[in-house]
Design a protein around this ligand. Structure first.
Ligand code: ADP
Ligand code: MG
Length: 315
């Protein structure tokens, strides 16, 4: 490759087609045809080098993660991924880096059947902005504002691995692969999100930390929540590394890209079955109560206040 236009045709040649993409990369805009009877869900997220990923992150993982965080937002809305764009800002042309970055991006795109239909390529600090679109049957998207008093609160997968990996990286330590891969290559829960339509009342993806994100659900729904800290799901790798409040802090630090959702207790058996079908751990971590805010309780039922409970860019 020797310039922006070579780069674009090289990206276009690697994209898998979809029948609802009438015109993809190459013109001033893409032409897309949403299915009748669907609502279109649009999400966007930026990854800045040194803020959203350590500068040491492999190019392939940067590409993967840029799409993964957006797919996670679509999952949290219950939407089936369809189309995306990629706006890339690069400090200097670097064919090997770009090749690997696009490889990671398209490998995940392929897994989820989402088509890259456009983007922008500019010179500047390393940054990737993805916009992704998905479909959900009209009127059925999962939202933050629909939690009900008495609902169970559930979390998918495990929490805290990415934060533990980041801590080790920032301290210059070597980090277990099981943790590092969760920081670099999060697994968006797209199938789970779509399966939760009609089952879950409110849903959010855990990007800024489970307690902070659950707080958004509570505020939007006009309810409160009680969370049992001991029940927050932890991977074996995290259990080996941490104890007590240190583990709780990592589990509520963010970058997990799991789903946190509420559902009526009558859905428990169905959710256990769904967990088996999808092969994704689902854990009940608390319940929705009248009031406001998120109360965190230790194993004896005493309220615990954690020093930090999530990520805020301008805090
Ligand atoms: P314009 O000047 O009209 O904005 P560009 O030269 O920026 O056109 O882009 C030409 C085509 O290539 C457009 O279809 C655009 O969507 C696509 N494109 C540019 N950069 C990327 C990228 N990083 N990934 C995917 N498509 C891209
Ligand atoms: Mg452009």
């Amino acid at each position: 490759m020797s310039g922006e236009f070579d780069l674009i045709s090289w990206i276009a040649a690697r994209v898998s087609p979809r029948s609802d993409v009438l015109l993809g990369i190459g013109d001033d805009g893409a032409i897309l045809r949403p299915p009748a009877g669907s609502d279109l869900v649009i999400v966007t997220d930026t990854l800045n080098s040194g803020v959203h990923f350590p500068e040491s992150t492999a190019a392939r993982d940067v590409g993967w993660k840029a799409l993964a965080v957006n797919l996670s937002d679509l999952a949290a809305m219950g939407a089936a991924p369809a189309w995306c764009t990629l706006a890339l800002s690069l400090p200097a042309p670097d064919d090997a880096w770009l090749d690997a970055c696009i490889d990671g991006f398209l490998a995940l795109a392929e897994q989820h059947g989402i088509a890259l239909v456009g983007g922008d390529t500019t010179r500047g600090p390393l940054s990737l902005t993805v916009t992704a679109c998905g479909f959900v049957a009209a009127g059925t998207a999962l939202r933050r504002d629909a939690a009900k008093v008495g609902d169970d609160i559930w979390v998918s997968g495990t929490l805290g691995d990415a934060a533990a990996a980041l801590r080790e990286v920032l301290q210059g330590k070597s980090c277990a692969d099981a943790l590092r891969s969760r920081l670099d290559r999060p697994t968006p829960r797209c199938a789970l999100g779509q399966s939760l339509v009609g089952i879950s009342h409110a849903c959010i993806d855990v990007s800024d930390g489970v307690l902070q994100d659950l707080g958004h659900v509570c505020a939007a729904s006009g309810v409160g929540a009680e969370v049992w800290l001991d029940s927050l799901p932890a991977s074996d790798a995290l259990v080996v590394l941490t104890v007590g409040a240190e583990r709780w802090r990592l589990q509520s630090a963010g970058d997990d890209y799991e789903l946190c959702f509420t559902a009526d207790p009558s859905q428990r058996d169905g959710l256990v079955a769904l967990s088996g079908v999808l092969g994704i751990r689902l854990t009940r971590v608390g319940h929705v109560i009248a009031g406001s805010g998120v109360r965190t309780l230790d194993g004896d039922g005493n309220e615990v206040r954690l020093k930090s409970s999530g990520y805020e860019h301008f805090a």
